[in-house]
Design a protein around this ligand. Structure first.
Ligand code: PFF
Length: 454
């Protein structure tokens, strides 16, 4: 049977962009910037995206298009041998990420609803904005569990029915909507009193800080780089498997990285001026940074609740299109390997993922427990194994495949292979090591304190 291909070049880019743009850009990015000291993180993050993320993305594309298979089968065919087990890791990573991603998706849905009830705008009896208090109320508890369930139910529903057209359409609306709505909010943020201070914090890096903190900056930037570009678990293998061979993969990669990075940067241009103006120290704002800043600004804006509704609805669509790519890794594996039917595979996987995420609704410490493990350990591990298996085992085929649709790359092809073979792999191994030691510190510190407090 002929394998389906994307109807248009733009179809593939849209789907890949739909996977890349999500909570990673809008929720996780400002949260990471604020935990890692502002502009210092920006420098590391941008370096990672360009020097590590982009070549790594090309490697995933090549495997997908060459084998025309999903992530699990693709790497088995391309690299073979013990690399065949990598697929199991991808499926596991998909499970873990989606389990807490859905909880955050549930927060977003709650804010969509809150735009009608008005719960997150206004001030308390003492005159402070209710934004922070509201986030505290909605981020844990039984209702949070309910919204996590609703988010997963929507993901299951969309994937069970089969999605290609749906995603393409959603992304075509979503990307322009993000630039429009976020652009307006960034202009508003620019007019605020705290803007100057925020831009200095966000955009002017301090070399001394980088040198003093590289041990946490490096794994954080690696984790964010992989998370935001949907790398390290084969999503981009699966998507590229539907491509025709006259497609210029490098050009597609550049477009995806540029769009995705643009959205993260613009999100920061909204969040930080608002936090500084409200007198909230970003370092203490944690995983609520996005929600608290947006909600406190909306009270000020004309048609605040309407803008809020559009904003959170857009974020919800972004989250949904990424969540779909995560569950697809699991579902396409179950369908291909065990011939389980699509609806059954999606429902069983979806329920298991819901249960795995349930503890995250009880306390914010679980967000870190899952998130650091997933981004700084699992994705980086998956990424390094993928890069080794692609560029060390089967480099000739990789270059040959990349050249289709581009033309003879000459020395550039060799440069790409050697860049991934050594610098990318070494940097990822260092990041992985630092990520693991940092995680152990988290387990012995904040997480142990949480357990002791029970
Ligand atoms: N890239 C998505 C985001 O930034 O929200 C999250 C994600 C999707 C990570 C798919 C990994 C993945 F395989």
């Amino acid at each position: 049977m002929a394998r389906e291909t994307w109807g248009t070049r733009i179809g593939f880019i849209l789907a890949a962009v739909g996977s890349a743009i999500g909570l990673g850009n809008i929720w996780r990015f400002p949260f990471q910037v604020s935990q890692e000291g502002g502009a210092a993180f920006m420098v590391m993050y941008l370096a990672f995206v360009l020097l590590i993320g982009f070549p790594a993305m090309l490697a995933e594309f090549v495997v997908g298009r060459k084998t025309e298979l999903n992530a699990v089968g693709g790497i088995r065919e391309f690299a073979g041998g013990m690399w065949s087990y990598l697929g199991g890791l991808f499926v596991f990573i998909g499970f873990v990420i989606l389990s807490y991603y859905s909880v955050i998706g549930g927060w977003v849905l709650r804010y969509v609803v809150g735009s009608f009830t008005g719960g997150y705008v206004g001030t308390t009896a003492e005159g402070a904005p209710v934004a922070q208090q509201y986030f505290g109320q909605i981020s844990t508890g039984m209702d949070t569990l309910l919204f996590h369930a609703i988010f997963m139910a929507i993901v299951i529903g969309v994937v069970a029915v089969g999605v290609k057209q749906g995603i393409e359409l959603a992304v075509k609306v979503m990307v322009p909507a993000i630039f429009l709505i976020f652009g307006i909010l960034a202009v508003y943020a620019f007019t605020l009193g705290g803007a100057g201070q925020a831009y200095a914090y966000y955009l002017s890096p301090d070399l001394g800080y980088i040198l003093a903190n590289w041990k946490s900056l490096v794994p954080a930037a690696a984790g964010q780089g992989f998370f935001t570009l949907s790398l390290g678990m084969g999503v981009m293998i699966t998507y590229a498997s539907y491509l025709d061979s006259d497609e210029n993969l490098a050009l597609d990669g550049v477009s995806i990285v540029a769009l995705n990075t643009g959205i993260s940067i613009i999100t920061g241009l909204i969040v930080f001026p608002i936090l500084f103006t409200a007198g909230i120290d970003p370092a203490t704002s944690g995983p609520g940074a996005l929600f608290v800043s947006i909600a406190s600004a909306l009270g000020d804006l004309p048609f605040g609740r309407g803008v809020g509704f559009l904003f959170f609805l857009t974020v919800f669509i972004a989250a949904l299109s990424s969540a779909i790519s995560l569950i697809e890794v699991v579902v396409s594996y179950a369908i291909d390997e065990f011939q389980i039917d699509r609806i059954k595979a999606t429902s069983v996987a979806g329920i298991a993922i819901f249960l795995l995420g349930a503890p995250v609704t009880t306390d914010l410490v679980f967000v870190d427990l899952y998130d650091i493990f997933a981004a700084q350990i699992l994705l980086v591990l998956g990424g390094v194994l993928l890069m080794i298996s692609i560029t060390w085992v089967n480099a000739d085929q990789a270059v040959e495949e990349l050249q289709k649709g581009i033309g003879d790359l000459g020395a550039l092809g060799t440069l790409w292979i050697w860049m991934v073979r050594i610098p990318v792999v070494v940097v990822l191994l260092i990041s992985l090591y630092l990520g693991i030691t940092g995680y152990i510190e988290f387990l012995q510190g904040p997480f142990a304190e949480y357990l002791a407090s029970l």
